[in-house]
Write a protein that binds this ligand. Structure first.
Ligand code: TK8
Length: 332
């Protein structure tokens, strides 16, 4: 009899402890990144974790992973959708299969400045795109920036679309990129980011395109000779969380998590922009030829890719494309 009572008391105490939120285990939030530990997007994830730990001590444990350890953009994003992974910071490209409107970010030369990017990210266009992901089981928390994409290659100085003729260029797994690079005269090959360095090293491809921070931090300069500052696409790095998981958190926590993500985004963008200007000099020091384009030379690239807009307008939607362009125009 005595034993039974002890058992009952122990059980009750156990239940009581488990129900006490102060003693509950923190919720683990793993964030997948394709980039490495020095990249602002990885560091932005770390910042998000720190802010959350300060605001909600002991409740959430943010664990940031680099180098596609949890999968490349496409696979990790699929994991977040399915609920097998909590979070990912991804380029827009893998989202286009779920919500075609995300293709808008990949239209060449549509974003003309960092200020314009901020106006998109933090304004109604960014919010609309985020809302469109929710029926797919994904909640968009914040927009980090990947930045202006620049072309690198190991063959020759590229100053005009004609110089791209025959160059085998790795692109992201997105049809607009393929189309745009074909229109510029190159021979594009889609490939996950994690395979790019080796492919460049083994010369199965001649070039790739990514923002300056990535070209520097991923050491692409070791296997490339030329960088052309084409700035052909301004890419976001989008922070996503499984929606069901997010919805399971207390409303107050949801607000704090969203605010922490946005705060980390402002930190991330500032850091990325600083690296974007600092690392051009570093690349030059490392022996890379940096090709700067005159406005006229840049126009030749813009003209070459202009037909892509016509093909994609019906898929992206004219209204969204117009709103996007107006937002960019206003932010100038
Ligand atoms: C990293 C990618 C990368 C992107 C690419 O996962 O694939 O070229 O620029 O930053 O999102």
């Amino acid at each position: 009899m005595k034993k039974t009572w002890i058992l009952v008391l122990t059980l009750l105490l156990g239940i009581g402890l488990a129900a006490d939120p102060a003693l509950a285990q923190p919720k683990i939030l793993k964030i997948s990144n394709g980039v490495n530990e020095q990249h602002p997007s990885y560091l932005g994830g770390k910042k998000f974790g720190e802010i959350l730990a300060a605001k909600l001590p002991g409740k959430y444990d943010v664990q940031v992973y680099a180098n596609a350890q949890l999968g490349d953009d496409v696979r990790a994003t699929e994991g977040v959708r399915m609920g097998t992974l909590e979070m990912v910071t991804t380029s827009a490209s893998p989202l286009t299969g779920l919500v075609p409107e995300f293709n808008v970010f990949d239209l060449p030369f549509i974003v003309t400045s960092e200020k314009a990017a901020d106006a998109i990210y933090d304004g109604p266009v960014g919010a609309k795109l985020g809302a469109a992901l929710e029926p797919k089981g994904i909640k968009l928390l914040a927009y980090y920036e990947n930045g202006f994409r620049q072309l690198t290659n190991s063959v020759r100085e590229v100053k005009a679309p004609a110089d791209m003729k025959g160059l085998k260029i790795r692109t992201m797994q997105n049809p607009i990129h393929l189309e745009a690079f074909r229109a510029m005269g190159a021979n594009p090959t889609p490939m996950p980011f994690s395979e790019v360095f080796t492919a460049l090293q083994q010369k199965t491809i001649d070039g790739q395109e990514n923002p300056i921070p990535t070209i520097w931090l991923s050491k692409f300069y070791e296997v490339q000779k030329y960088v052309s500052l084409t700035g052909h696409v301004y890419g976001p790095h989008i922070v996503l969380i499984n929606k069901k998981l997010f919805d399971s958190f207390p409303a107050e926590d949801q607000k704090i998590i969203a605010a922490a993500a946005q705060e980390s985004a402002l930190y991330q963008r500032a850091l990325n922009r600083k690296m974007n200007s600092d690392f051009v000099a570093e690349l030059k020091k490392a022996g890379i030829t940096v090709v700067e384009l005159t406005a006229e030379q840049k126009k030749a690239f813009q003209d070459a890719v202009a037909p892509v807009y016509a093909t994609w307008e019906p898929k992206i939607g004219k209204a969204l494309m117009d709103e996007f362009k107006t937002t960019v125009e206003k932010a100038k």
